[in-house]
Design a protein around this ligand. Structure first.
Ligand SMILES: *Cc1c(COP(=O)(O)O)cnc(C)c1O
Length: 234
């Protein structure tokens, strides 16, 4: 496929996503300006990131450090905000701290300490979201709702880090609206203790409407923008 048609394809995906976001905002009585669209570019090449930037997208999301760090380096001239949205091992904190502006998957005190130390070392400030587990599957990451306040306090008390708010992925096998309503309660509790931590990162290609209805401020959209991903091969 030529680059021009790929650009057109992404532009069409973006227009469709924006129409869905506008409709979700209308239904929820919210303004589009309350929402930040993060284009999830995992598995897609840096050239797609360039197309997105040219189309006015300012935020990109990635979930694997190796892929993300290479793409962020390739695209350093674009002035984008880089969001790390995948599960994060402590030994990757140094690498992620070099390029990530926001880490959405902070779910345990040890990771908070590692990210803070590496942010300070890199001379950067990283916005952290506490990932909330909305089901009981530990494989998907996230702090249990009752553990979230302690992780939030840890972020707020760590140099190099700024507490932004919370993030979650809707569980399998539950109505996303119900799960996002629980997330909203957790977000409110965090915000009572930390008034500036107003971010709610929720909503993907399949459930952005439910997320907008439940107070999401940041949407993480991949498939609906860029197409279906090929299965990941390590
Ligand atoms: C891949 C991914 C997304 C984007 O999902 P789509 O269904 O492709 O929109 C959002 N959030 C996280 C954490 C992801 O890993």
């Amino acid at each position: 496929m030529t680059e021009t048609t790929r650009r057109d394809e992404i532009a069409a995906g973006l227009a469709e996503v924006e129409a869905r976001v506008a409709e979700a905002c209308r239904a929820a009585g919210r303004a589009r300006e309350e929402l930040t669209l993060i284009a999830v570019t995992k598995t897609y090449p840096a050239s797609d990131v360039r197309h997105l930037a040219a189309l006015g997208v300012g935020h990109v999301g990635e979930n694997r450090d190796q892929e993300a760090s290479a793409k962020a380096r390739d695209c350093a001239d674009l002035g984008l905000a880089w969001h790390f949205i995948g599960q994060l091992q402590t030994n990757k904190a140094r690498s992620v701290a070099r390029y990530a502006d926001v880490v959405h998957s902070v779910d345990r005190p040890r990771l908070v300490a590692a990210l803070g130390a590496e942010a300070v070392r890199a001379g950067r400030e990283i916005t952290c979201l506490v990932q909330v587990a909305l089901d009981d599957d530990p494989a998907r990451g996230g702090a249990r709702p009752r553990d979230v306040p302690a992780v939030a306090d840890a972020v707020a008390g760590t140099g190099g880090l700024r507490l932004g708010g919370v993030m979650a992925v809707a569980p399998l096998g539950e109505e996303p609206a119900r799960a996002f309503a629980r997330l909203r309660q957790v977000a409110q509790a965090v915000r009572e203790a930390h008034p500036d931590a107003g971010i709610i990162s929720a909503g993907m290609s399949g459930d952005l409407r439910e997320a907008v209805a439940n107070g999401a401020t940041h949407l993480r959209i991949g498939t609906a923008l860029l197409g279906h991903r090929k299965p990941f091969v390590r």
